[in-house]
Design a protein around this ligand. Structure first.
Ligand code: ZN
Length: 282
């Protein structure tokens, strides 16, 4: 499997869902081993978990005082298309445009614009299972042929528990929009979030109903979005993962803890003293 980049420059623009500010990003092709990185105010911020500065309702990266917000949907699409090398320059603003709330437009314009480079991709194989958990949720990685990701969760007022899976078909996930429940909205706004949110770029859910005209794009659209978020956060591992990752009700914060823990787990595999209250190994 080879590394990939883009054929040509691509741009996206629009409002950011949390800041409400307009942004324009320009994606530049890069040569092998550059990795994915963001560029703003002449500061390059690697798309890597080490630069995560917030996981509060979005995954934000920062370096040298420069912060960029809500990288997860774009990162998920780049990961699913196997793009390893690209610079994402903020020409204006600091939050990745939310577009329609899903990964659809990133996918639509990126999918025919991906090319192979003459270098092998960096792949990490999960040979032993690894898990992180908090009181309500857990995320586990197990050995698997290839990459697969699963999200298991419920949808208040709709159904108790279902699972959705990504097994290589990008179209299974890219349409799924970000969402919030009506009772959460006031809390988000009070905290200065969701300033750019509207029914055009997010699903607003009541208990058992949807405020958006047209309803859900699939019965389990919010779960598919959670899976898109998971893959976007996994992409910050910086290498492709050969393994199966199963999230039970995880969100951005646990996704991040998983990636941080996975890195330590892999580098400490031979170190029998490695234990943590949030990490268990069979
Ligand atoms: Zn999301």
């Amino acid at each position: 499997m080879n590394q990939r980049t883009l054929k040509e420059n691509l741009s996206f623009e629009g409002v950011g869902i949390h800041s409400g500010t307009f942004a324009k990003i320009l994606l530049h092709p890069e040569r092998e081993d550059t990795g994915i990185r963001f560029l703003k105010d002449r500061v390059y911020i690697p798309a890597n978990f080490r630069f995560v500065v917030s996981t509060d309702h979005s995954t934000d990266l920062g370096k040298d005082g420069v912060v960029i917000k809500t990288v997860e949907h774009l990162m998920a699409v780049l990961y699913m298309l196997g793009v390893d090398n690209v610079t994402i320059e903020f020409v204006k603003g600091f939050e990745v445009p939310i577009l329609d709330g899903s990964g659809y437009y990133f996918y639509k314009f990126l999918k025919d614009n991906v090319i192979n480079l003459n270098a092998p991709a960096s792949i990490v194989e999960i040979k032993h299972s690894f898990e992180v958990r908090n009181c309500k949720a857990n995320i586990k990685a197990i050995p698997y042929q290839g990459f697969s990701a699963v999200y298991v969760g419920g949808l208040e007022g709709f159904f108790e528990e279902r699972s959705v899976e990504f097994n290589g078909n990008v179209k299974d996930l890219v349409f799924a929009r970000t969402f919030c429940y009506d009772y959460e909205l006031k809390h988000l706004i009070n905290r200065g979030l969701a300033k750019g949110g509207s029914l055009k770029n997010a699903l607003l859910l009541g208990r058992g109903f949807v405020y958006n005209r047209g309803g859900l794009r699939s019965e389990d659209e919010p779960l598919r979005h959670k899976l898109l978020d998971l893959i976007g956060d996994l992409a910050l591992f910086g290498r492709r993962i050969k393994g199966r990752v199963i999230s039970h009700k995880g969100g951005h914060t646990l996704n991040h803890q998983f990636v941080v823990g996975l890195e330590s787990f892999l580098s400490n595999l031979s170190d029998t003293t490695f234990t943590s209250s949030s990490v268990s190994t069979p």
